[in-house]
Design a protein around this ligand. Structure first.
Ligand SMILES: Cc1cc2nc3c(=O)[nH]c(=O)nc-3n(C[C@H](O)[C@H](O)[C@H](O)COP(=O)(O)OP(=O)(O)OC[C@H]3O[C@@H](n4cnc5c(N)ncnc54)[C@H](O)[C@@H]3O)c2cc1C
Length: 351
C-alpha cells in the first residue's frame, strides 16, 4: 500500500487538489535541493532521557544527516550533558524554563515550532510515546504539514514505513511536505548508544516564545513499579481475563514474572476488569512491546492485543482453549488450566 501525503491533500475539492499537486511537486524539487537536517525532541522523565528518545535519534541517524537534540524544562544541564554523549548528535538546543517541565503540548508545541523555524530543520523526530503522540500532531498543524505517525522504517528522506489496521498491513508513505514531523516506534529502532565522551557537541540556547497557554498541570498519579519497566524489559509476562480476579492475577502472574525477572503486562480485558493498572496494558491502545520473551497467560489473542506484542522474539502462551487465536502466533503453547500449570511452572523455574 502506498499513500502519498501532502500538507493539505485530504478533504479538498478537485480544483484545489490540482493546484496543490503542482505545489507538492515543486516542494518535492525543493526538498531534493535542500540538505537534510534532523531535530530529535528529547523527552525527559525524572531528569533522565527516556529510551524512546534514543530510538528517535537512531531513526534520525538513518537519514545520514546532521542531528540536533532538543531539550526543554528546568534543571536541564545534567540531561543536556547526557544528551551530548549520544552517538550521532552534533548539537543540542536547550531551553531552561520550568513551564516546559511536564511537556504540556499547548506550551511545548509553539516552543518547538519557533525553534524549528529558526533552525530550518527538514525532519523532526520524537518517540511515539504519550508525550510524542500529544505533541507532534499539534506541531504539524502549526507548520501546516501532515504528521507521520509511529514509523518502523525509513526508505529515504521522503518515504517512511508504518503499520496500519492494528499492524495487519504495512503502509509505505511518501510525503511531499517541506518539513516532516515524525513519531518513531521505539521497538523498531534500537536506542542510540552513548559515546564515552561527548564534549565536542555544541550546547546552544534556543528561542523561547513563552507562549504561556491557559492550560496548567494540576497533579499526577503514577503507578509504582518495583519490577522492570514494560517498555524496555527483555521479558514480559502478561495476564488476561482468564485470571478471573485481581487476587488471582497477583497470585499467579506476579510470582511467574519474578521467577523470569520479567515486566508485567496485561490485556485490555484484564485492565478493564481492574486486575492490573492501565499503564500495563499491551496492545493497539496500550503499549507496543517487542521483548525477547513474551509469555501470555489466559489471553485469547485478539488482534488489538497482537498489535502490541507480535514482534516479540519468542511468544509463549498458556490457554485452556486449544483454538484460541493466540496459538496462531505463539512459538510455544501449553493447552491447559492456568491455575494448575502456571504455579507449577513458577515453582520449577524457582528451583
Ligand atoms: C478499539 C479497540 C482497541 C483495543 N485495544 C486493546 C489493547 O490495546 N489491548 C488488548 O489486550 N485488547 C484491546 N482491545 C480488546 C480486545 O479486542 C479483546 O477484547 C481483549 O484483548 C481480550 O482480552 P483477553 O484475551 O484477556 O480476554 P478474552 O478474550 O476473554 O480471553 C480470555 C482467555 O482466557 C482463556 N482462559 C479462561 N480461563 C482459563 C483458564 N483457567 N486457564 C487457561 N486459559 C483460560 C480463555 O480460553 C480465553 O482465550 C481493544 C478493542 C477495541 C475495540
Amino acid at each position: 500500500m502506498v499513500l502519498r501525503l501532502g500538507s493539505s491533500t485530504l478533504c479538498l475539492k478537485q480544483q484545489r487538489l490540482r493546484s496543490l499537486a503542482s505545489l507538492a511537486s515543486s516542494n518535492a524539487r525543493l526538498i531534493s535541493c535542500r540538505s537534510v537536517s534532523a531535530l530529535a525532541v528529547l523527552e525527559l522523565k525524572d531528569g533522565k532521557l527516556v529510551q524512546s528518545s534514543l530510538s528517535a535519534v537512531s531513526a534520525a541517524h538513518k537519514l545520514g544527516s546532521s542531528i540536533t537534540g532538543f531539550i526543554a524544562g528546568s534543571n536541564i544541564s545534567e540531561p543536556s550533558k547526557e544528551a551530548a554523549k549520544i552517538r550521532g548528535i552534533q548539537k543540542i538546543i536547550t531551553i531552561e524554563n520550568d513551564s516546559y517541565d511536564k511537556g504540556l503540548p499547548e506550551n511545548f508545541a509553539p516552543l518547538l515550532v519557533s525553534n524549528i523555524r529558526k533552525g530550518g530543520y527538514t525532519h523532526i523526530f520524537a518517540g511515539h510515546t504519550t508525550f510524542g503522540k500529544s505533541l507532534m500532531p499539534r506541531v504539524a498543524a502549526l507548520l501546516d504539514v501532515a504528521q507521520i505517525s509511529d514509523i518502523t522504517a525509513i526508505d529515504n528522506e521522503n518515504t517512511f514505513v508504518r503499520p496500519v489496521y492494528a499492524g495487519n498491513a504495512i503502509a509505505t508513505i511518501e510525503s511531499s511536505d517541506e518539513i516532516k514531523v515524525i513519531t518513531t516506534r521505539a521497538t523498531a529502532f534500537p536506542p542510540a548508544e552513548y559515546e564515552a565522551e561527548g564534549s565536542k557537541v555544541l550546547i546552544e540556547n534556543g528561542v523561547d516564545p513563552n507562549s504561556n497557554s491557559p492550560v496548567k498541570w494540576v497533579s499526577e498519579n503514577l503507578a509504582k513499579l518495583d519490577r522492570p519497566s514494560l517498555a524496555t524489559a527483555s521479558k514480559v509476562v502478561s495476564g488476561g481475563r482468564g485470571l478471573k480476579s485481581k487476587e488471582e492475577f497477583d497470585r499467579v502472574i506476579l510470582p511467574l514474572a519474578d521467577a523470569f525477572g520479567a515486566a508485567v503486562g496485561a490485556s485490555r480485558a484484564a485492565v478493564d476488569s481492574g486486575y492490573a493498572d492501565n499503564s500495563l496494558q499491551v496492545g493497539q491502545t496500550g503499549q507496543v512491546v517487542a521483548p525477547q520473551l513474551y509469555f501470555c497467560v489466559g489471553i485469547s489473542g485478539a488482534i488489538q492485543h497482537l498489535a502490541g506484542m507480535k514482534d516479540s522474539k519468542v511468544i509463549a502462551a498458556v490457554n485452556k482453549d486449544a483454538d484460541a487465536p493466540i496459538f496462531q502466533v505463539a512459538d510455544v503453547g501449553l493447552v491447559g488450566d492456568l491455575f494448575d500449570t502456571v504455579p507449577e511452572l513458577t515453582e520449577k523455574l524457582g528451583k
